[in-house]
Design a protein around this ligand. Sequence first.
Ligand code: PEP
Length: 251
Amino acid sequence: MRKPFVVANWKMHKNVAESVAFINQIKDQLPAKEEVEVGIAGTTLALHAMAAAADQTDIQIVAQNAFTEFEGAYTGEISPKALADSGVDYVLLGHIERRTMFNENNTMVNKKVVATLQAGMTPIICTDETMMQEEHGGSIHYVFAQLKDVLCDVSFDQIKNIIISYEPSWAVGAGQFANPLLAEEGCRQIRQTIADRYSYEVADKIRILYGGSVNPDNIAELMSKRDIDGVLIGRASLDADNFVSMVKTVQ
Ligand code: PEP
């Protein structure tokens, strides 16, 4: 049984005080951790204070990025070890905004995945796969070039500690309706890719999230799909009441 996971991605929003206030506001309103896991990806500067505020709660702290190395002459980079020391549990990696605005490629994301695992945190790998319509029959076929490259040297043991988030570029930050059937098909084919590369047992256990214009109106339908184990929510997660109501929908 895969536990549902709802992750807020605040991107570059909220200062330290606002981030802590959000956690204090929602912490007593969330469903039991046995029902649904909740994570919040705040800005890097806020993570330490967020972790302190979330101590004694079941809220998971998520970073939005981490570098490939633990320390060294890498001006401006974020050490995975420092994140782990700050109480971070999960790290978003390979987000479409990092790929398009900061030129992150599959090789770099792969190294970040390995470093994040070595630091003892769980990567949430974002993947935006190309969708192709088959000529006959009209069925949808995805090309998993990104995922295969990013997981190239990730071992059988390591894959068990990874979460994948299917984030089609047409839906992230776009306000476009997140079509639940396309979202489900993308997640199902990602699971099949994991089964082919590793095993059916692993594929059955791994959690696959969907991200892209999730909101209070579409979350229930998305979460009713068999292969969607959770959601990554950007804009709609910034308001605490909105966020709590979406988490409760998943319960
Ligand atoms: C995201 O940033 O991962 C995301 C899914 O954004 P939004 O929900 O705003 O589309």
